[in-house]
Write a protein that binds this ligand. Structure first.
Ligand SMILES: C[S@@+](CC[C@H](N)C(=O)[O-])C[C@H]1O[C@@H](n2cnc3c(N)ncnc32)[C@H](O)[C@@H]1O
Length: 202
């Protein structure tokens, strides 16, 4: 109920799931499902989005996270989505949303492609992951982020929703990222509905 109501307010359609059609993709790429709005409400209360220069959602799906945060905090946002149909739905959402959000000057953009091929921009300093792909791909994406920070020193955060232990093990044993916060979602249907925030400071 809340999901559809909030979608309507933003002028978008993000409810539902989409499985991958090919077995090859299914091994590494997870299905589409949006972060619950209730979780985004809690994250917005606890995390300092005012410090975000640009947020990247790796595996952005139909764009819910970015539309919500762009609308609430007026921050630049970019989403990368590998599934063509899902990407096209994000673009359709953007067309209607932009009519409702004309007063917000910050850009919001969607790219059809693989997260691991996205060239991290020096403006990007907050990276969102709702369990989009295998740890194998996650490693490549984190390596790209580390390379970018080496080139353009800055503080960057990773926000993990529904964090899986493979991601956590990798970050804690093989990277300089340190955990700075754990945000639980009270009364969530699933106990794994929580956020972990990792930071790499200058
Ligand atoms: C669980 S959904 C999360 C959607 C959105 N981030 C949210 O929280 O509402 C994961 C998304 O990642 C996409 N995906 C999977 N592998 C990907 C890859 N290698 N590069 C980009 N997107 C990918 C899927 O198609 C799916 O839409």
């Amino acid at each position: 109920m809340r999901e559809r109501k909030q979608d309507k307010l933003l002028g978008i359609r993000t409810v539902g799931t989409r499985e991958w059609e090919w077995l090859l993709d299914r091994i590494h790429y997870n299905r589409y499902e949006a972060t619950p709005y209730r979780a985004l409400d809690i994250l917005s209360e606890k995390y300092m989005f005012s410090c975000v220069n640009r947020i990247v959602d790796f595996g952005c799906g139909r764009g819910r996270v970015l539309f919500y945060l762009h609308n609430r905090f007026h921050i630049p946002a970019i989403g990368i989505e590998a599934n063509l149909k899902t990407y096209e739905e994000a673009i359709e959402n953007a067309a209607i949303y932009s009519l409702k959000a004309k007063h917000i000057t910050a850009p919001i953009e969607f790219i059809h492609g693989l997260a691991q091929n996205y060239k991290i921009d020096r403006r990007d300093n907050c990276f969102y992951f709702f369990n989009p792909f295998s740890v194998h791909i996650f490693r490549k994406v984190v390596d790209n982020i580390l390379l970018s920070v080496e080139e353009d020193g800055r503080t960057v955060d990773l926000i993990l929703f529904y964090p899986v232990h493979e991601y956590i093990d990798f970050l804690e044993t093989s990277t300089p990222f340190t955990i700075i916060d754990e945000i639980n979602v009270p009364e969530a249907d699933d106990k794994n509905d929580r956020f972990l925030i990792y930071r790499l400071g200058e």
